[in-house]
Design a binder for this molecule. Structure first.
Ligand code: BYC
Length: 319
């Protein structure tokens, strides 16, 4: 065997790279795109970041349905800004996935073919305008609870994207709460609409945090890698504790007869979630799955000419 050439550095062996990766995580520093990372870490991140990006883009649809029917110009402008923000979040996240070597068009194809998931929450219909407020309050509230810890994700581009996303999500949550406050100060009919929307969105919001910890195949490894900072159940509990006083101020009842404060733990106890429903929805059989994906497919196919034209333009100018 010949000696290694002096002018060509030998590649550090896998063990040294793994040690360096482990040391970076142990020091709570960030892994950056240029760094070596284990294949499982890369794959897990692509899975989570892509699912998150898809959720933002599909998440434009339920509220987008109300853009033409918003009750005033002010509400329309606010809702339009919010839905545009979701598009922006999707773009930051697809960019973060690209730093891991993923291809954005390929990720979209996987979403449409059903081999990558998006959040269960967006498979429920928005039946009245109160749903827009409840999505802001509960869905964006759950998103903040889940995503603020992700600002400390071990992967730099994901963590940095999350900082901006969370700032915007806070605005979204407040606009939802303000909308509901306004409706609660309105007529009996408006108050009934808010309560009905809360009844329909409460349990699906709790499902956003994912399966219970003892049924969550990815949590242990993702926590060890610093991709997730808390378990699904921890964040679900935090969300319930946060939402109960907000519901009281609003004057709505959360639809759970078992919900009560437990002074011994300092947390609220809550009833059983319908995990069969959750499994059905993430398997593609929720009330709106087919509609959500059909629209996403149409957007991809109908706008393919824009991508072709932009690519041709970039190639021409690149040359
Ligand atoms: N829906 O082992 P687990 C937003 C899947 S956007 C669908 O616990 P993990 C907003 C999971 O992917 C909200 N699928 O997984 C946007 C896995 O399946 P695969 C999106 C779910 O990854 C617009 C399997 O179940 N937020 O807020 O450790 C307007 C086992 O689960 C769900 C994010 O994506 C679900 N709810 O933990 C308004 C945040 N839960 O992939 C608002 C980032 C679980 O193995 N993501 N699954 O086939 C995360 O924090 C984590 O990925 C999760 C799941 C907590 C969601």
């Amino acid at each position: 065997m010949s000696a290694p050439s002096l002018d060509r550095p030998t590649a550090p062996d896998e063990k040294a790279l793994q040690d360096q990766f482990d040391a970076t995580l142990a020091a709570d520093h960030r892994i950056e795109p240029r760094d070596w990372m284990p294949e499982g870490y890369r794959k897990t991140l692509i899975r989570q970041v892509a699912q998150h990006a898809h959720s933002e883009i599909i998440g434009m649809q339920p509220e987008g349905d109300w853009l033409l029917a918003a009750p005033s110009l002010r509400r329309k402008a606010v809702l339009l800004a919010k839905v545009q923000d979701e598009a922006g979040h999707g773009l930051y996240l697809y960019s973060a996935a690209e730093t891991l070597g993923a291809d954005r068009a390929d990720l979209t194809d996987k979403l449409i073919e059903g081999t990558q998931k998006y959040s269960s929450i967006f498979n429920y219909p928005t039946l009245t305008y109160a749903d827009v407020g409840v999505i802001g309050w509960l869905v964006d509230g759950a998103a903040i609870c889940n995503q603020v810890p992700l600002c400390r994700s071990s992967y730099g581009p994901y963590a940095r994207a999350m900082i901006r996303v969370c700032k915007e999500e806070s605005f979204h949550q407040r606009q939802g709460y303000e909308l509901l406050m306004t409706m609660m100060r309105g007529t009996d009919e408006q108050r009934a609409m808010v309560q009905d929307a809360v009844d329909r969105w409460w349990w699906p919001s709790l499902m956003m945090f994912g399966p219970p910890d003892d049924d969550s195949p990815n949590t242990a490894q993702s926590m060890a890698w610093g991709i997730k900072r808390h378990t699904n159940d921890e964040l679900r509990q935090r969300f319930v504790d946060m939402s109960v006083p907000q519901a009281e101020v609003l004057g709505v009842t959360l639809p759970d007869p078992e919900l009560c404060y437990d002074a011994a733990t300092g947390h609220h106890r809550f009833g059983q979630l319908d995990w069969d429903e959750f499994k059905r929805v993430i398997a593609g059989d929720g009330p709106m799955n087919a509609v959500r994906i059909a629209r996403r497919r149409a957007a991809r196919d109908d706008n393919a000419w824009v991508v072709e034209a932009a690519t041709a333009y970039a190639e021409k100018h690149g040359a």
